[in-house]
Design a binder for this molecule. Structure first.
Ligand code: SF4
Length: 401
C-alpha cells in the first residue's frame, strides 16, 4: 500500500483570477492540512500549446506562484514545485511511451477537440499528442492516488489508470513473488486466508468485481499484515503481479465554476475575469458593469436570477437568507440590479483584501518565490527518484553502481 498523496498542477497563465481560486485553488488550500499534497506549475504542459513563446511561460510561473501563496498555499504544509525542474517526470513519460499504444492517445476526446478549438496553432506535434502520457507520468511518478477533479473530469483519469495497469501487468513480475505471496496469505487467519484465495480465483477466472472488492477489503482490514504484506497481497489478487505504479483515483471535490463578467466561463483568454490582484475600485467597477438578465431592461421589469451571471456570484458569496432576498427581489422587481450586486462587490473585496496584502508581502521579499520553488523541487526530486529506482529495476535497465 502506498501513502495517500494528492497531486495537482496548473499551467502557468500568469495572474490568477477568481475562477481559478473557486475552481481549484481553494480546494488545494483546504487539502494541504489533511493529506500530503504536491502542487506544481505545469510549464512543460504549457509548451505543448505555447511552444513558440516559452518566455511568457517563465514569467507567468512566478506571478502564478506568488498568487498561490497569497491565496493561502503554505509551503510548510505542501510541496510547491516547477515541473521542468524535476526531470523524473520526463523520464517516466518517456518510459511509459514505450508501452502506450498510439491509439490510446489518439482516442483521448480532448485531443481532436483542442486541435479544433486552437485551430490558429499548429498542434500536429508529438508533444501535443503525448500530453496525456506526460499527465499520467506527473501523477504516478508520485504514486499519487488522489487527484482532485470535478465530476466532469473523472473520465480524464481513465487513460492514466490504463497506462499504470499496463505497466504493472508487463513489469510487475518479481522473482519468487508467488512464493512470497503464498507465505503472506498464511499470516491471515485460516478463514480469511481461504476467503482471500477464493476471491482471487473468482476475480481471475470470472472477472467477478464484487469478489475483487471483497479481496481488497480483507487485505485492507487485516491487522496482522504489514504495509509491505498488504502491497504484496493487493498485487497477487489481480494476477501475481506487484503494483509498482498505483492506479490514480479521482478525489471528487466541491468546486464552483464562476461565470465571467460577460456571462461566459471566467477565463483569461476571454478577458472577463476578476484577478486576485484586482484593485478594490476595479472590482467595484467591473461588477457594477456586469451583464444581468436581459429581461430587466428597466428597473421595474422583473427578472430571473437563473438567467443572470450575477446569481452565480451570489451562489458562491451569499448565505441562504441573502439568496432568498435576491430571488424575491429580482422576480418581483423589488430590488434593482445595482442593489443586488452590492453585497457581492463587498464580499469579493473582503475576500481579496487579505490575499492582496500577502501577495504584496511575498513580492517585497526578493527571491522568495524562487526559494519556495527550489525547496519544493528538491522534495519532489527525492520522492520521484524513489519511484524511478523501482521503475528502472522493474524494467530491468542496466545499473552502473
Ligand atoms: S436583480 Fe440581481 S439576479 Fe436579478 S437580474 Fe439583477 S443582478 Fe441579476
Amino acid at each position: 500500500m502506498f501513502k495517500d498523496r494528492v497531486l495537482s498542477g496548473m499551467r502557468p497563465t500568469g495572474y490568477m483570477h477568481l475562477g481559478h481560486y473557486h475552481g481549484a485553488l481553494k480546494n488545494w488550500i483546504a487539502l494541504q492540512s489533511q493529506i500530503e499534497c504536491f502542487y506544481f506549475v505545469a510549464d512543460w504542459h504549457a509548451l505543448t500549446t505555447n511552444y513558440e513563446d516559452p518566455r511568457v511561460v517563465a514569467k507567468s510561473t512566478f506571478e502564478m506562484v506568488a498568487d498561490w501563496l497569497g491565496a493561502g498555499l503554505d509551503p510548510n504544509q505542501c510541496t510547491i514545485f516547477l515541473q521542468s525542474q524535476v526531470p523524473q517526470h520526463a523520464e517516466l513519460s518517456l518510459l511509459l511511451g514505450m508501452i502506450t499504444p498510439l491509439g490510446w492517445l489518439e482516442r483521448v476526446p480532448t485531443y481532436k477537440e483542442q486541435q479544433e478549438n486552437l485551430s490558429e496553432k499548429d498542434l500536429t506535434t508529438y508533444g501535443f499528442l503525448g500530453y496525456p502520457l506526460m499527465q499520467t507520468a506527473d501523477i504516478i511518478v508520485y504514486r499519487a492516488n488522489k487527484v482532485p477533479v470535478g465530476e466532469d473530469q473523472v473520465s480524464h483519469l481513465e487513460i492514466s489508470r490504463e497506462i499504470a495497469r499496463r505497466f504493472n501487468h508487463i513489469y510487475g513480475r518479481e522473482a519468487g513473488f508467488e512464493d512470497k505471496a503464498l507465505a503472506t496469505i498464511k499470516k491471515l487467519s485460516g478463514k480469511l486466508g481461504k476467503e482471500y484465495e477464493s476471491a482471487k480465483l473468482a476475480w481471475n477466472q470470472n472477472g467477478d468485481s464484487a469478489q475483487l472488492e471483497r479481496g481488497k477489503q480483507i487485505v485492507a482490514e487485516a491487522g496482522s499484515l504489514s504495509a509491505i504484506d498488504k502491497e504484496t497481497l493487493f498485487g497477487f489478487l489481480t494476477g501475481a503481479r506487484k503494483t509498482i505504479l498505483p492506479e490514480p483515483q479521482a478525489l471528487l471535490t466541491p468546486t464552483s465554476k464562476l461565470i465571467g463578467l460577460d456571462g461566459r466561463k471566467m477565463s483569461k483568454s476571454y478577458g472577463n475575469g476578476i484577478d486576485l490582484r484586482e484593485p478594490p475600485a476595479s472590482v467595484e467597477k467591473k461588477i457594477r458593469a456586469m451583464k444581468t438578465d436581459p429581461k430587466r431592461a428597466r428597473r421595474t421589469d422583473p427578472g430571473n436570477p437563473d438567467d443572470c451571471p450575477v446569481w452565480t456570484l451570489h451562489q458562491v458569496y451569499s448565505d441562504d437568507a441573502r439568496k432568498l432576498w435576491v430571488r424575491e427581489g429580482c422576480t418581483t422587481a423589488g430590488i434593482g440590479c445595482l442593489e443586488c450586486k452590492q453585497p457581492v462587490i463587498d464580499a469579493v473585496k473582503a475576500e481579496l483584501e487579505p490575499m492582496q496584502a500577502r501577495i504584496a508581502e511575498i513580492e517585497a521579499k526578493p527571491g522568495y518565490v524562487k526559494d519556495v520553488l527550489r525547496a519544493g523541487c528538491a522534495r519532489a526530486r527525492e520522492v520521484t527518484e524513489a519511484t524511478m529506482r523501482d521503475v528502472r529495476d522493474a524494467m530491468g535497465l542496466a545499473k552502473l553502481d
